[in-house]
Ligand binder design. Structure first.
Ligand SMILES: Cc1cc2nc3c(=O)[nH]c(=O)nc-3n(C[C@H](O)[C@H](O)[C@H](O)COP(=O)(O)OP(=O)(O)OC[C@H]3O[C@@H](n4cnc5c(N)ncnc54)[C@H](O)[C@@H]3O)c2cc1C
Length: 475
């Protein structure tokens, strides 16, 4: 019987498999697709390569959780620094989020002059630094006793950030600035949404500060695509099975029996790297299905619409832009587009003297599922053309030079990654930690990693969850 099987080779599956492997454990990874990465993968279409979703690599500064992961696993990802981490464009205003706080505040003061900026952004930076320097807490779900015991380890965090935990971010910001330009609030809200999956009126100020503060840390661009980073993580694992979807999982007296369409394998411990909201479908056990159903209410059905494009490499761009428009795009829930453009030095993504673009926007699954094929195609077409136009207008790209463009909807993500909800559990105030899924479960030998379980979405959040799991397994 194998010791550990990890189902799903996204950031969660790859990072915990790599940590287990580095600690000498026997581990096998099953990934449905022919490549690793999931939402953070890089795929090929018609001989060109595109990042499927994630494009920014953060948490990789010295002492931070993603850096710790790579150090522990003993591999180095092929990345270059992005500074500014993003360039926010709001109408005529172009505001690069420089890592250097004074440089950023100087630009901000040109567009949104305010005497409180210095104090506000230094507070954001200090909270971010202090948060990531706080260590030692962990979260378990195996039993109520374990849960309560683990929650005690959050005491240092609670002590430090008490003032920010129980205040909603919007009222904190309005009170702090006293008089605030509504466009400046949109500027903040758009950035908060991409990290926390929620707006400032529904999250606490601590989460808002972390969402606004990550640009003061080092941020990186993954050469060869984000999928390469996941590949590098697993390069020392002997048994990574690509194009091996798991079709059924049975609970045995001791362990689990996994089925693919070709064979069965028995394992002692099972780590699900698939979305919490979809994981139950493969299990035959009612008890396990019931466990997953406990968290159904956390599924907010939020998702992403992503447009992929190629343009000729004739202009200079930054790696990442956030374009904030005045109106909410149709069939979406957002006014802002996140646009990433490949670096010309990237021989994989910028093939044949072209640049590869991944542009994403928040949407809701209800706009895309359960509608007729005609309606679906029509919506896809309308939104694709609007996004194309917005990118071309804002970044002065001649629309006629677009070489190819195609889009992914929540339905597309469902087909490829077996998930339609994207972005994990939003960090809003109603999603309170004791009620969130942990990386262990009350079922013997069953574990869960990824952005729908502790700690959060994105590289730092998902990797924190994998470390949490390793700690729980060590106990
Ligand atoms: C559009 C978009 C942009 C984003 N941008 C960023 C960003 O710039 N930076 C950042 O840090 N984060 C970003 N994120 C968030 C980040 O990508 C996710 O939080 C993270 O990738 C989730 O990883 P995961 O391991 O939880 O799940 P997933 O990525 O969903 O991985 C699950 C894996 O399981 C596989 N799988 C499913 N079913 C089976 C099965 N039956 N058998 C075997 N395998 C199976 C899937 O194919 C997939 O590979 C973005 C997310 C989206 C959607």
């Amino acid at each position: 019987m194998r010791e550990y099987a990890v189902i799903g080779g996204g950031i969660g599956g790859c990072s915990c498999a790599a940590l287990l492997n580095a600690s000498g454990k026997d581990v096998v990874v099953f990934e449905k697709e022919p490549y690793l990465g999931g939402c953070a993968s890089t795929f090929e279409r018609n001989h060109f390569a595109y990042n499927a979703g994630a494009t920014t690599f953060c948490g990789y500064s010295e002492g931070r959780v993603v850096k710790k992961l790579f150090n522990q696993v003993g591999v180095v990802p092929h990345v270059i620094e992005s500074d500014p981490a993003i360039v926010v464009i709001q109408g005529e205003k172009v505001i690069p989020r420089y890592k250097d706080i004074e440089r950023f505040i100087n630009v901000l003061n040109v567009h949104y002059p305010h005497p409180k900026h210095y104090e506000f952004w230094h507070l954001i930076k200090n909270i971010t630094t202090e948060f990531y320097e706080t260590d030692g807490y962990y979260y378990s779900n195996a039993s109520w006793a374990q849960k309560l015991y683990s929650l005690r380890t959050f005491y240092p965090l609670l002590q430090k950030f008490w003032n920010y935990l129980f205040r909603d971010a919007k009222s904190f910001i309005l009170h702090f600035y006293a008089n605030i330009d509504p466009d400046f609030l949109d500027f903040l809200d758009a950035q908060i949404l991409i990290v926390t999956q929620a707006k400032s009126d529904s999250i606490n100020f601590l989460n808002a500060a972390l969402a606004l503060g990550y640009t003061f840390e080092s941020n990186y661009y993954a050469l060869g695509g984000m999928g390469k980073v996941c590949e590098s993580l697993t390069e020392n694992i002997a048994d990574v099975r690509l194009s091996h979807p798991i079709t059924k999982i049975e609970k045995l007296k001791k362990g689990f029996r996994l089925s693919t369409s070709h064979y069965e394998m028995d394992v002692k411990n099972l780590i699900m790297g698939t979305s919490h909201f979809e994981s139950s479908v493969w299990f035959t056990s009612d008890k396990i299905k019931k466990y997953y159903r406990r968290y159904t209410s956390l599924n907010n059905h939020q998702s992403a619409f992503v447009l992929y494009m190629n343009i000729p490499n004739t202009q200079e761009f930054y790696h990442h832009y956030q374009i904030i428009s005045k109106i909410t795009f149709p069939y979406t829930i957002s006014q802002s587009l996140f646009v990433s453009i490949s670096d010309p030095r990237d021989t994989e993504l910028s093939r044949n003297n072209t640049l590869s673009i991944t542009a994403s926007i928040h949407t809701n699954t209800s706009y895309w599922l359960g509608i007729s094929d005609t309606e679906y195609k029509e919506r896809k077409e309308i939104l694709s053309r609007l996004i194309e136009a917005s990118i071309c207008d804002t970044l002065s790209i001649n629309k006629d030079t677009i070489l190819r463009s195609f889009a992914a909807t929540p339905k597309t993500f469902g087909r490829y990654l077996n998930r339609t909800q994207l972005g994990g559990v939003p960090m809003n105030r109603s999603n309170f930690l004791p009620f969130l899924p942990s990386n262990d479960t009350p079922i013997d030998g069953l574990y869960q990693v990824g952005d729908t379980s502790f700690a959060a979405q994105g590289w730092p959040g998902v990797v924190m969850g994998s470390f949490n799991l390793l700690r729980l397994l060590d106990e």
